[in-house]
Design a protein around this ligand. Structure first.
Ligand code: GDP
Length: 526
């Protein structure tokens, strides 16, 4: 059957890393293998180098680039691989977290010199929450990095995941010789070459095969044998089941820029990474092979042309076949909509498609009816879950600078927050508090309000530390808390109450004083 065949072909994933670990470089090598691009340098980094907050051109460029490279699809060895791009910059972390809800697995890139970095930990937390299967690529082995065993220990400890190396480096930096593949019993000799695709693979019987001595010095062979013994003794054998449950991460070593270790990574990835399977909706679990179409919006991108309010909604198909011009039910609004020009993204190109399958991410043109988290079905009342809203870290009051443009400002801020640029909280019925994870967003918002909506605003800083969504079975206690703490209470877009805590201490006190209230640091978007 078409549907099962198409599902089995698909691998939808994201490459994640702390900025500079090599995500862009690795993505590009994958696209080269897939024949999706012909030359290195074709994938643009969507990175914002500066933290300077006044460079609007940079912000605009970022927006332009990130739409172009948001999804990169290519065919490789009979599979359809969909890479979803995630911005590395920490101010765009929310966007990355949401993208992670739309993938079936991830490849995490770690720099062998720097080890586990701040963003690596945060991204991994999101993966763990969702039990996303993770493959780890330890990059830059051509540089003098940390001891590989030490790196594995650090990964296990800081990322709270069991690891199992599948390849092992023979030395590193200046004297890096290559990697030994413990499963295929192959030696992959290192050659610094940024463009070549084929690797120098040498078949050997075991790590103590005398054949090895032809290629690498004796002392390195001895060390390799010792290391392999240690690995076999210390690490559990690789288990595909544990990997798929997100409990065990296979580890590969290589050098993305030298195209080294990349093919092994990709080949193993297409073998073991899960195809689209099932997904939780509020009402039930949806299986990818169900005939009827279901899917959800995880990202919205406004048109770069300020004269057009069109937006592109990124829609992840969860089950069934998507068809152009067919009517689907927008479950939040309870109305039928259809799309005449759904687009698919192939590396740097965009094209209109007639159909798409589970695992695919397509772009839907929309003039404002789709929000992040919205579900489309063939008639069933479903709502996909798991698109969380994390507590912002910076809060500011939005002040209108031009009273004649109140309407434009209201509309603008509503639409921008629907796109997920920031979160909006309303206090005392009308005071607008904007929450973000980075300063950069305030500049983006200010700039876009002015250029796209003709509204001018100021942001006044607030001292809040975090927002906590509050729930309780004890409605009286909840009401009392809201009444007593009115200056620290606001409503989110769905009118759910949140407590804006000035410090961890304030939260602790509130928890003690109101034991029947629950304070949540994340919420579902719905
Ligand atoms: P991203 O921020 O994670 O996307 O990182 P990039 O792919 O842009 O890489 C950051 C820098 O590291 C760039 O200057 C790359 O050329 C460099 N780089 C990437 N892979 C390697 C590698 O294997 N070895 C070395 N020495 N440098 C690398």
């Amino acid at each position: 059957m078409d549907l099962t065949r198409e599902i089995a072909k698909r691998k939808t994933f994201a490459i994640i890393s702390h900025p500079d670990a090599g995500k862009t470089t690795l993505t590009e090598k994958f696209l080269l293998f897939g024949g999706a691009i012909q030359t290195a340098g074709a994938v643009k980094s969507n990175k914002i180098r500066k933290t300077a907050t006044s460079d609007f051109m940079e912000i605009e460029k970022q927006r332009g680039i990130s739409v172009a490279t948001s999804v990169m699809g290519f065919e490789y060895k009979g599979r359809r691989v969909n890479i979803l791009d995630t911005p590395g910059h920490k101010d765009f972390a929310e966007d990355t977290y949401r993208t992670l809800t739309a993938v079936d697995s991830v490849i995490l890139v770690v720099d062998c010199v720097k080890g586990v970095e701040a963003q690596t930990e945060r991204l991994m937390e999101v993966c763990s929450m969702r039990h996303t299967p993770v493959i780890i690529f330890i990059n830059k082995m051509d540089r003098e990095g940390r001891n590989p065993f030490e790196l594995l220990d650090e990964i296990e400890e800081k990322l709270q995941i069991q690891v199992r190396p599948l390849t092992w480096p023979i030395s590193q930096g200046q004297t890096f010789k290559g990697v030994y593949n413990m499963y295929n019993k192959e030696l992959n000799l290192f050659e610094a070459n940024a463009t070549k695709i084929s690797a120098s693979l040498i078949k050997i019987k075991s790590p103590d095969d005398p054949e090895l001595l032809k290629w690498i010095p004796e002392s390195f062979c001895e060390k390799l044998n010792e290391d392999i013994d240690l690995i076999e003794g210390v690490y559990e054998p690789f288990s595909e089941d544990l990997y798929r449950d997100g409990l065990l991460a296979p580890v590969f070593f290589g050098s993305a820029i030298n195209n080294f270790g990349v093919q092994e990574l990709l080949d193993t990835f297409i073998q073991i990474a899960p195809s689209p399977h099932e997904r939780e909706a509020a009402q039930r679990t949806v299986i990818a092979s169900e005939e009827a179409l279901t899917g959800f919006v995880f990202k919205i991108h406004a048109n770069l042309d300020p004269n057009h309010r069109d937006r592109t909604a990124f829609f992840r198909i969860c089950s069934g076949k998507f068809e152009r011009n067919k009517f689907y039910l927008h479950t939040r609004l309870g109305k039928k909509i259809r799309f005449s020009s759904p687009t698919q993204f192939m590396a740097n190109e965009k094209s209109v498609i007639d159909e798409a399958w589970p695992g695919d991410v397509i772009g839907l043109y929309d003039n404002g009816s789709l929000k992040i988290g919205d579900t489309l079905t063939e008639g069933e009342d479903l709502q996909f879950r798991g698109i969380p809203s994390f507590s912002p870290e910076i809060f500011k009051v939005l002040e209108n600078r031009d009273p004649l443009k109140t309407k434009q400002l209201d509309k603008g801020i509503r639409q921008l927050t629907e796109e997920g640029v920031a979160q909006l909280f309303i206090q005392y019925g009308s005071r607008k508090i904007v929450g973000t994870v980075g300063e950069l967003q305030f500049d983006v918002i200010k700039f876009r309000l002015e250029h796209e909506y003709g509204a001018q605003c100021d942001f006044l800083p607030l001292r809040y530390h975090k927002a906590f969504w509050i729930t309780s079975d004890n409605k009286e206690q909840l009401q009392e808390f809201i009444r007593r703490k009115s200056n620290a209470i606001a409503l989110d877009r769905e009118d759910h109450p949140v407590f804006l805590a000035e410090s961890e201490w304030m939260l602790k006190v509130a928890r003690e004083d109101y034991p029947e209230l629950e304070f949540h640091a994340t919420s579902e978007f719905k």
